[in-house]
Design a binder for this molecule. Structure first.
Ligand SMILES: Cc1ncc(COP(=O)(O)O)c(C=O)c1O
Length: 397
């Protein structure tokens, strides 16, 4: 790519990201093109944001239409697009209400603040998160996040947080025994950043039961796995669980920056005017894009297609895993991972895929995370399998 842009990137952009020296300039469906006109099959989808791929006509039309009316107005006013989108999000959740913000970390912060307000009336304070969890990088969400690498250099963090071991109910029970002020538990039902680690159904069901019994709020962080990614509109539906609060972001904005907190009737009315807010959250343009995307995803046939394509993809990946390089393949719907026996293999594999025109995410060192658009074609899955196969062969060289 243009060396001047690379130089200026170092000169003018704060260096908190390690970036590929590639500039993506346009996209269509499941494909993107870089500044050298190289074509890539995009199985990163902007890290689970572009659930309908690139250049989706209905989303673009909604944005164009809204652009002509109003982009931003602030939350000093009633925003019909916000109201209508919230109505759609809670269509099957009577009494639930939505708070809109701009990102996943903000959605989790808002969930914590709602919980703390509720806790005042119940004399409860402590929030529990889990080993392996990732909830964002602002101070509260960062405190709830597990890997130390995100926290180093930023201490002191927020008081009132504890950690339990993921998928181990005894670990949570131990904390409950010793802390009578437990307020809330925040959990990713599938840990995306940790490498697509699936919460086990009996564990998550038990977690819900324990929270109910002890009057502890259950928060599901569905920032990565909500909005159809797993074949259900919300991931908690797989486990037949009703969280008190769940958070959404990434795909909920149809490509524009949107985060959302969905709060059940138990907690929905604890934020009073002025107690929380955001200038940009839920602006008319972002809401128009989010709504146009959400409506396409939230249909029975679209979601069942995600399930069948996900099952097919996983089956094909399993066929590749009979060797001494891949430890496991796993996933649910269209969030999938290949775990390698070493970080060296995973890194080399991701680079080989990139060079062959397939974008996948290297995650927690030994994992390749695969996040195709939800409307990916079967032929595109087959194309990725071919590239995976040939990259595996090249690992031997
Ligand atoms: C589960 C989960 N929660 C929260 C976040 C933070 O979202 P954002 O980057 O939009 O702040 C992420 C981002 O990857 C995530 O995967």
């Amino acid at each position: 790519m243009n060396n001047k842009i690379l130089e200026d990137n170092s000169k003018y952009i704060i260096s908190n990201y390690s970036r590929y020296p590639i500039s993506i300039v346009n996209g269509e469906g499941s494909y993107v093109y870089d500044s050298e006109s190289k074509k890539y099959l995009d199985f990163i989808s902007g890290i689970a944001v572009n659930n309908l791929g690139h250049n989706n006509k209905k989303v673009n039309n909604a944005i164009n239409k809204q652009l002509k009316n109003l982009v931003h107005v602030s939350n000093l006013f009633v925003i019909p697009n916000q109201v209508n989108f919230a109505k759609e999000i809670v269509k099957n959740k009577p009494g639930h209400k939505v708070f809109f913000c701009n990102s996943g970390t903000e959605a989790n912060e808002a969930a914590f603040k709602i919980s703390r307000k509720w806790g005042i009336f119940n004399n409860k304070k402590t929030i529990i998160s889990f080993t392996g969890g990732f909830h964002g990088r602002t101070f509260g969400s960062l405190t709830a996040t597990w890997p130390k690498k995100y926290k180093e250099g930023f201490y002191p963090l927020v008081p009132g947080f504890k950690t339990a071991e993921f998928n181990n109910i005894k670990s949570l029970e131990k904390i409950i025994k010793n802390d009578k002020k437990l307020l809330a538990v925040i959990v990713e039902p599938i840990q995306g950043e940790a490498g697509v680690i699936l919460g086990l159904k009996p564990y998550l069901k038990k977690l819900e039961k324990i929270c109910k019994k002890n009057n502890i709020l259950l928060i599901f962080d569905e920032v990565q796995v909500g909005v159809g990614r797993t074949g259900k509109i919300y991931c908690h539906e797989h486990f037949d669980i009703k969280p008190d609060i769940f958070t959404l972001a990434k795909a909920i904005g149809g490509g524009l920056p949107v985060g959302a907190v969905v709060a059940s009737p138990k907690v929905a009315d604890f934020l009073t005017p002025g107690s929380h807010g955001t200038t940009m959250g839920g602006n008319p343009l972002a809401m128009a894009a989010g709504m146009a995307s959400f409506k396409q995803i939230n249909t029975k046939s679209f979601l069942s297609n995600v399930t069948s394509k996900g099952n097919y993809f996983l089956k094909e990946l399993k066929k590749l895993s009979t060797n001494n390089k891949i430890k496991e393949v796993r996933g649910l719907g269209l969030i999938l991972a290949i775990e390698f026996f070493s970080s060296r293999l995973a890194k080399k594999f991701a680079t080989l895929c990139l060079n062959k025109g397939l974008l996948v995410l290297l995650t927690e060192k030994v994992n390749i995370r695969i996040l195709p658009p939800l409307n990916v074609k079967k032929s595109e899955i087959d194309q990725s399998i071919k590239i995976f196969k040939s990259s595996l062969e090249d690992l031997n060289v």
